[in-house]
Design a protein around this ligand. Structure first.
Ligand code: C2E
Ligand code: CA
Ligand code: CA
Ligand code: CA
Length: 278
C-alpha cells in the first residue's frame, strides 16, 4: 500500500481505493454477522449521583467478528445506516436489551431502565413505532422502563415520518432521551413539543469539567435547563472523582462513565446490579 497524497487514503498497487474495498467487504461481512448472530450488546451502568444506585443501563452494540475480533460501533454503524441494515440491526438490539431486562427481573433484581440508541434512519422507517410496540409486547416489557436515545440533529430533518414515530413511541409510554446534548441543532422548542424525558450532557463538556470555565458554564446551563423543564439529566463520560463531585454539587441527577463503570457483558452487569457500586 502507498500513500495517496491528494486525499490521504492509502491505495493498493492496483489503484483501487482501500476504503471502498474495505467497505464492500465489511458490508458483506455485516450481512453475514446478522445471520450468524455475531452482534451483541454490552451494558453501561447509569447511577443516581446522590444515592450511587444503578438506575439504568445503556445498551451498546458490539460486533464480535470471527477474524477481526471486536469491531466498535463507530466502525460499522455508519455503514449499517448507509445500507439500511440499521433497521433490522436496531430492532434486534432493542429485543436483546428488553430480553435481558426481563431476565434480570425474573432473577429477582429490581427493574431498571434500559436505554437504547436509535439512528435517524430507523425513525425514517414508517413502521418503527409499530415494531417497537410489537417488541415490547413479545417480550412482556413495560414501556416506561425503556428509554430511546436520539440525537438533537434528528430535528433538523423535520420530517413527518420521524415526528410521527416519536409521537407514537411517546404515546406508548416509552421514554425519550436526547444524546450528546449541546453538540447539535440548538432550537429548544422541540424538547417540550416532543415531551423529551432526559437530556444527556455530551462527554466533551464533562471532559472539560471542572477545570475549564466553558466546560462548567455549558454543563451548569444544561443541568439548569433540565431542571426548569422538569427533565432528567445524565452526565456522560465521567472519568474521575472530581467530575462526579462537581456534578453532585451542581444537582446533576444521573451519571455514566468509566469512573463509574465501563460497558459490561450481561453476566458482569448482573453481578454489579447485585452488589452495587462501591
Ligand atoms: P454514545 O451513544 O454517545 O455512547 C457513549 C460512548 O462512549 C460509548 O462508546 C461508550 O463506551 C463510551 N464511553 C462510556 N463512558 C466513557 C468515558 O468515561 N469516557 C469515554 N471517553 N468514553 C466513554 P461505544 O460503545 O464505542 O459507542 C459509540 C457510539 O456508537 C455511541 O455513542 C452511539 O452513537 C453508537 N452506538 C453504540 N451502540 C449503538 C446501537 O446499538 N445503535 C446505534 N444506532 N448506535 C449505537
Ligand atoms: Ca447513547
Ligand atoms: Ca452520547
Ligand atoms: Ca453519539
Amino acid at each position: 500500500a502507498k500513500r495517496n497524497g491528494k486525499n490521504g487514503y492509502y491505495v493498493h498497487s492496483n489503484e483501487v481505493a482501500r476504503p471502498t474495498v474495505e467497505h464492500i467487504v465489511l458490508l458483506s461481512d455485516l450481512r453475514k454477522a446478522i445471520k450468524n448472530n455475531e452482534l451483541s450488546i454490552v451494558f453501561q451502568p447509569i447511577i443516581n449521583v446522590l444515592t450511587k444506585k444503578i438506575v439504568a443501563m445503556e445498551a451498546l452494540v458490539r460486533w464480535y467478528h470471527p477474524e477481526q475480533g471486536v469491531i466498535p460501533p463507530n466502525q460499522f454503524i455508519p455503514l449499517a445506516e448507509e445500507s439500511g441494515l440499521i433497521v433490522p440491526i436496531g430492532e434486534s438490539i432493542v429485543r436483546k436489551a428488553l430480553k435481558q431486562q426481563q431476565a434480570w427481573i425474573q432473577e429477582g433484581l429490581e427493574p431498571i431502565r434500559i436505554a437504547v440508541n436509535v439512528s435517524v434512519k430507523e425513525l425514517q422507517d414508517q413502521d418503527f413505532a409499530k415494531r417497537m410496540e410489537a417488541a415490547l409486547k413479545d417480550l412482556k416489557a413495560s414501556p416506561e422502563w425503556l428509554e430511546l436515545e436520539i440525537t438533537e440533529n434528528m430535528m433538523i430533518y423535520n420530517e413527518p415520518t420521524i415526528l410521527n414515530n416519536l409521537r407514537r413511541i411517546k404515546d406508548l409510554g416509552v421514554r425519550l432521551s436526547i444524546d450528546d446534548f449541546g453538540t447539535g441543532y440548538s432550537s429548544l422548542g422541540y424538547l417540550k413539543r416532543l415531551d423529551v424525558d432526559t437530556l444527556k450532557i455530551d462527554q466533551s463538556f464533562i471532559r472539560d469539567c471542572p477545570h475549564s470555565h466553558d466546560g462548567r458554564a455549558i454543563t451548569d446551563t444544561i443541568i439548569a435547563l433540565a431542571q426548569h423543564l422538569h427533565m432528567n439529566v445524565i452526565a456522560e463520560g465521567v472519568e474521575n472523582d472530581k467530575q462526579l463531585q462537581y456534578l453532585a454539587n451542581r444537582g446533576c441527577v444521573e451519571a455514566q462513565g468509566y469512573f463509574i463503570s465501563p460497558p459490561l457483558k450481561s453476566e458482569e452487569a448482573k453481578r454489579l446490579l447485585q452488589k452495587g457500586i462501591n
